[in-house]
Ligand binder design. Structure first.
Ligand SMILES: Cc1cc2nc3c(=O)[nH]c(=O)nc-3n(C[C@H](O)[C@H](O)[C@H](O)COP(=O)(O)OP(=O)(O)OC[C@H]3O[C@@H](n4cnc5c(N)ncnc54)[C@H](O)[C@@H]3O)c2cc1C
Length: 443
């Protein structure tokens, strides 16, 4: 028997959860399908478990910085204990998420969904029909297609690693590699990062990326640039990684951190007339696919915006508003802050320019000796401000320090609300906090 719904959502990550429960609250008959862990990447194997591990890096860095300034011993990270703490966050997630969907009136199906035709899906022996579909099937780690690729571990393995070995190697220098490098380094491992060119973190400001690399190198992380690895071989003591020239590295574990690929293969998109490219499903500015009754949101999209949790939430809210007739305008993304939770943290929002031009000016501020950073003896605090020359308004900012994850949200708000510097000077911010520096940074 075919089960009928108003809307079927594929994938129960941040994107799918948000749309399914909101549409059910609007009175729609909604089904959701999940082929793996209910709750998807962010709470199970992404942002949240990663940030739990980052807590240990933050605590250790703080203590390390205050050696001889009131504190005397740097604690060791007990990896199995830290993992057990992480598990207390991740283990309950699938049941909680599924339960929460069901209690909001959404019918749940477990299994991989595949389109049969434009209005029907098959999942685990069930046939489901709907007027509309929302594809929120996310992405998974990509694996370099090289000899010995079966030896690669992924971000999912890193976040569940039972023991931290002596040496780990991260192949690919994106944000996940920089975060894992800081975590593994704090946990006592020798860490190597291999990058195929000399531009790690390519979407971030180069001046600050260079400073972050320097900080990690100071802690012992080794970066290998312009190395295109071609082979991984198992040895008696671990793995040997080589390229076509003279590069050779021995390591206990090797992780592929070269990015993520959209989960499109199992969906049989052709059966429903849904187009995609190698970066994901293509959509119009209402997030409709080439089949207008089907929407796509989140990490499965081919889009210029960064693939991050708050962007998924924004898209989920937009689709709900559009489907319920509350918003008929095209989606308009605000500026999106991005953060590398490394040691120190790097964050960026809005427009970045390499040097002054006719319309914009850039200033780099060395805030290392500013009170809010000096009090914790941070090794570096750099902040970049980009202003529009004519209006004087803030249009972009980047920062590298241990407070970057909080500071960037202030910059984001100032940019979005087009707040002039004069107004910031008139506001009262609690002192001493990073916010109380805002009027000195944006004058
Ligand atoms: C290690 C790591 C760290 C990250 N850290 C951050 C961070 O600090 N901040 C941040 O904002 N973002 C971070 N992200 C990114 C963030 O996690 C993602 O942007 C977000 O979780 C994507 O949500 P989604 O709902 O689009 O997809 P997902 O959460 O991936 O959900 C998609 C779901 O669809 C299911 N699915 C796939 N195919 C099918 C099918 N055919 N049938 C049924 N179900 C299917 C999958 O099993 C999955 O559960 C991180 C990601 C990783 C991997």
């Amino acid at each position: 028997m075919v089960k009928e719904f108003d809307v079927i959502v594929i994938g129960s990550g941040v994107s799918g959860m948000g749309t399914a429960s909101s549409l059910a609250a609007e009175g729609k008959r909604v089904a959701i399908i999940e082929g793996d862990l209910w709750g998807g990447t962010c709470p199970n194997r992404g942002c949240d478990p990663k940030k739990v591990l980052v807590s240990a890096v933050e605590a250790r860095d703080h203590i390390n910085q205050l050696q001889g300034k009131g504190l005397n011993t740097v604690p060791k990270v007990n990896w199995p204990e830290l993992m057990a703490f992480k598990e207390t966050f991740t283990s309950p997630v699938p049941d909680q998420m599924k339960g929460s969907l069901e209690s909001s009136g959404v019918e749940t199906f477990t299994g991989k969904a595949a389109f049969v035709d434009e209005t029907h899906l098959a999942v685990n022996g069930n046939e489901l029909k709907a007027d509309h579909f929302i594809i929120a099937a996310g992405a998974r780690p990509s694996i370099l297609d090289i000899e010995g690729k079966e030896h690669f571990l992924t971000s999912e393995d890193f976040l569940s690693l039972p023991e931290m070995p002596d040496t780990i190697t991260l192949v690919g220098g994106g944000y996940i590699a920089f975060e894992f490098a800081a975590i593994a380094n704090a946990a006592g491992a020798r860490v190597h990062v291999i990058q195929h060119n000399d531009k790690p973190l390519k979407d971030f400001d180069k001046e600050l990326v260079d400073q972050l690399v320097q900080q990690l190198e100071n802690k012992g992380v080794q970066f290998h640039y312009n190395v295109d690895i071609t082979k991984i071989e198992k040895t008696s003591i671990g793995f040997s990684i080589t390229d076509d020239t003279n590069f050779e590295l021995n390591t206990d574990l090797v992780f592929c951190t070269t990015g993520r690929i959209p989960n499109i293969e199992t969906l049989e998109l052709e059966n429903a007339g849904i187009e995609y490219d190698k970066k994901g499903i293509t959509v119009n500015n209402h997030l409709q696919t080439s089949n207008l009754a089907v929407f796509a949101i989140g990490d499965i999209l081919s889009k210029p915006q960064p693939k991050l949790t708050p962007v998924c939430t924004f898209e989920a809210n937009y689709v709900v508003s559009y489907m319920t007739g509350k918003d008929t305008e095209p989606i308009a993304y605000p500026s999106i802050p991005t953060i590398v939770f490394s040691g120190p943290k790097l964050a960026q929002v809005g427009l970045m320019i390499d040097e002054n031009n006719d319309t914009h000016e850039r200033s780099t501020i060395d805030a290392t000796r500013w009170f809010n950073y000096h009090r914790t003896n941070e090794p570096i605090s750099s902040i970049i401000i980009v202003k529009e020359k004519q209006s004087g308004l803030l249009v972009g900012a980047a920062c590298l320090n241990n407070e970057a994850d909080n500071l960037i949200n202030y910059f984001s708000q100032l940019i979005e609300q087009k707040v002039p510097a004069s107004e910031v000077a008139d506001r009262i911010y609690a002192y001493p906090t990073v916010a109380s520096d805002l009027s000195s940074l944006y004058a």
